[in-house]
Structures are given as C-alpha cells and as structure tokens.
Design a protein around this ligand. Structure first.
Ligand SMILES: Cc1cc2nc3c(=O)[nH]c(=O)nc-3n(C[C@H](O)[C@H](O)[C@H](O)COP(=O)(O)OP(=O)(O)OC[C@H]3O[C@@H](n4cnc5c(N)ncnc54)[C@H](O)[C@@H]3O)c2cc1C
Length: 418
C-alpha cells in the first residue's frame, strides 16, 4: 500500500499486538495504518518453511488455548489445529521415571511456595528454593531459562505468580507465524518502515519513518520493551516513566534451532529428551514435533545468551554434541542443522520475551497506561496475566485499539483511508 500523509490511528509494529490492534480498527470508521520495521509481519511470531515443514522460530504454542484469541483466529480462518499434548507434558525419554516424579514433586512444592510468597514483599524467585532442591537446581533454572528467558534469581516472585496459564496447549499446523501472516493479509501494513521518532510536541503526532513523515491523531506503540528502553524508537518529549518501566521488564534470552533427523520414524511424535540434568548449560529437545522429521532444540537464559554470542551455527553444533552424548556418534551423522533463531541479536526484538525484575512487577501497569489520551501502549509486556505470550500481546492490541477509537471519537478524517 502507499504511504499515507495522515491517519486517525497509527499502529507501530506488526507483531501479535499490532495485528490485534489493526484487526480491531479494521471494523471501525477510523483511518489507520500499521508501520512495520521488518520486511515481514509477525514480529516474534515467525514461521520458516523448509522441505515443506513449517518451523516456528518464535512462538509455536497456542498457550491457554481455550481462551486464546489466536486459536479463535485460526478457527475462523479454517486452519487446522493440533491439540495433542505438548512434549513437556510427556515423560522424557532418557530420564528415569522415579527421578521425573521426584523432580515434578520438587517443582510443585517450589511453585506453591512462590504463590504463597507473592502475597508478601517482592523478591527474587530463587529466594524460595529450599535446601532439599539442591539436586534439582540446575533443572529448575533450565526450566526458568526457557519459561522466563532468565534464571529464577532474575525473576520477580509477584510477576511469576501473576502469569495465569491454563493446561491447554495447542498448535496451528501451518505454524504460529504463518497464522499471523494469514491474518494480516488484508490489513494495511507498510513493511520495511521503521519508526525512528514519535514527536508529540504538537496537537497532531508526527512519526518519522524510513518512508516519510506520518501525521496521526493517536498512536498505538506495539514495539518490544527492549526497543523502548534502548530508545530504538525515540519519543519526544521523552517519557521517562515508560523508559524506566520498559527497562524493568527486559526481554530474556530464548532461542531455537531445528535440525533435520534422518530416520526420524524410529521415534514417536513429540518425544522429549533432556540431555543433562546436572547443569544449566544444556538445551531441551523435542524429536519429531507434530510428526515432522526434525529435532527442535530450545535454549533459554544464559546458555542461549552464550550461544548467540558465539555466532551463527553455534546452536546447531551444541545441539548435535548434546544429542551425540545421549544417543551416540552415529546419531550425530543423522542430523543436519536447518535454521536457528538469534532473537537477542535482532535489532527489532533484542530478546525473546519479558519478565519483571525483582521489585518491579508493578511496571507492567505503568508501561500500558495511556499518555495524554492519544498515545497507547500494547505488546506482550503490557499484559497483566498473559505476558510473554502471543495471545496476551494480541489482547493488549485489541484493548489499545478500543481505547484509541474512543479517544478519536467520531473520527474527523484527516486524509483518505489507507
Ligand atoms: C523462541 C520463542 C518462543 C516463543 N514461544 C511462544 C509460544 O510457544 N507461545 C506464545 O504464546 N508465545 C511464545 N513466544 C512469545 C511470543 O512470540 C511473543 O510474546 C509475542 O509474539 C510478542 O508479540 P508483540 O506484538 O508484543 O511483539 P513483537 O512480536 O516483537 O512485535 C513488535 C513488532 O514491532 C516491530 N518494530 C520494532 N521496532 C520498530 C520500530 N522502531 N518501528 C516499527 N516497527 C518496529 C518489530 O519488527 C515487530 O514486528 C515465544 C517467543 C520466542 C522468542
């Protein structure tokens, strides 16, 4: 679409939140446009199809599926959903059952202590480890790395307890990122259009972008907290409360690598493998996700940060080495790295998903508060109970769009609709 001179509502970022906002605005009389920095929509939802297999480098799971807006979108688009249980709900292949039971018990008791502690003063989640957890500390922090993007000592107890998932976890067969792309097909998105400055000095907002200057009556900011905190998008005059809140809600490190597995049929679909339980320097592995002949390797926290630093190819090499230690050297010859993510190195995400630092769980509310009834904020980090997820992001986008529509009232159209 062509770049408009002015709109009622400008949406910045075409990730889950920006698309949620755009989907809601589409049904209104307001003129609007979505400005997206990358050459694709979806943000941290990104499906790459290799050999006909859709591989999600970012979000893959429709968490809390029965209340997940994206699951509703998939169903309305007639897309097939796989509701078979996730690998993490199945026993791991190489982890003795009695040890798994002991780990689950320790984990359950730890989470109970976290929930109880959330009613008191905020503190790092690691304060709630008990001496008898020593055996499971590495595995608990591997879990935290994948779940939170950081270890439990970096996580606020109150924030951890505020996240409220259900047990339903589904997948959309074409991939989560592909679902977002399908949803965006008839939305007015301008790609390759980073916004560098949001100028709020005058009655109309002015957005400086790579494709020109856009005037808007209101804007919905849907960029990740890391971009806001580091002023990858500058707001003038600055909003110190927003920069502070975004900095207190950093994105952690989580990455994936997919490897083709020759002779994958020897394993059941969604077979879970834990390479090690005695260190945090390890990944989580799913063999044959959704029956595809691949291994999906998942890395969170420090190991993800370290392997990103090592440069392209490091995730694949590390995954192969760990799997060889589990299955033997012949297995290594059956693996071929296909694609990996490097979310922290990506200038438009600068990390995976948000957590609140200890003492800062209230910053999600600060971040999502509107400014002057014309600047609205959305994105996973703004969600009170579904932060770090794509459906949480979508719902904040819808809510921000409704607030923006109310703010512009019966829109006085400033220019032709995009
Ligand atoms: C490895 C990984 C696995 C995950 N797994 C799951 C999962 O299974 N289930 C789940 O629900 N969630 C998962 N998530 C989290 C989920 O992907 C995110 O929470 C969600 O996609 C975030 O959406 P968002 O709209 O808030 O942000 P984003 O998706 O980051 O969207 C922000 C958009 O803003 C754009 N942008 C940035 N700067 C600018 C600028 N200056 N101007 C214009 N545009 C800009 C970006 O390019 C991007 O498109 C995962 C994430 C990762 C990284």
């Amino acid at each position: 679409m062509t770049f408009p001179g002015s709109v009622d509502v400008a949406v910045i970022g075409a990730g889950a939140a920006g698309l949620g906002a755009a989907g809601r605005l589409k049904g209104s009389a307001a003129s609007f446009v979505v400005l997206e920095a990358r050459g694709r929509v979806g943000g941290r939802g990104h499906t790459v199809t290799i050999d006909g297999h859709p591989l999600d480098l970012g979000c893959g799971w429709l968490h809390s599926a029965r209340q997940n807006s994206w699951a509703g979108v998939a169903q309305s688009l007639g897309l097939k959903i796989d509701s078979s249980p996730p690998a993490w709900a199945r026993p791991a292949l190489n982890f003795p059952p009695e040890e798994q039971r002991a780990y689950r018990k320790a984990f359950g008791a730890f989470e109970d202590r976290l929930d109880a502690a959330a009613h008191g003063p905020d503190r790092p989640a690691s304060d709630l480890f008990a001496p008898e957890d020593a055996r499971w500390r590495p595995l608990l922090d591997v879990f935290s790395g994948i779940y939170n993007g950081a270890s439990f000592e970096e996580i606020s107890v109150k924030d951890y307890a505020a996240y409220q998932p259900t047990e339903d976890n589904w997948r959309v067969v074409i991939g989560y990122g592909a679902l977002m792309t399908a949803f965006a097909a008839d939305l007015p998105v301008i790609l390759d259009c980073p916004v560098t400055l949001l100028d709020r000095r005058n009655s109309n907002l002015r957005l400086l972008t790579a494709k020109g200057v856009l005037q808007a009556r209101s804007a919905i900011v849907c960029v990740p907290t890391s971009v806001l905190a580091e002023e990858g998008l500058r707001i003038d005059p600055p909003l110190p409360d927003k920069i502070d809140a975004a900095g207190a809600l950093p994105l952690g490190n989580v990455d994936k690598v997919f490897l083709h597995l020759e002779g994958a049929g020897q394993f059941d679909p969604d077979t879970r493998v834990l390479a090690r339980t005695d260190t945090t320097d390890t990944g989580g592995y799913t063999l044959r996700p959704m029956g595809m002949p691949v291994v999906e390797a998942y890395f969170g926290g420090r190991v993800a940060a370290r392997l990103e630093q090592e440069g392209p190819g490091a995730f694949g090499a590390f995954a192969r080495q760990e799997l060889v230690e589990v299955f033997g050297s012949e297995f290594g010859r059956r693996l071929r790295p296909l694609v990996e993510s490097r979310w922290s190195a990506d200038p438009f995400s600068r990390g995976a998903y948000s957590h609140a630092r200890p003492g800062f769980s209230d910053r999600r509310a600060v971040l999502s508060a509107p400014v002057e009834n014309r600047l609205f904020f959305a994105g996973e980090a703004c969600s009170p109970h579904a932060f770090s997820t794509a459906h949480g992001a979508y719902d904040t986008g819808v809510a921000a769009a409704e607030a923006a529509l109310e703010a512009v009232g019966e829109p006085v159209r400033m220019a032709r609709r995009p």
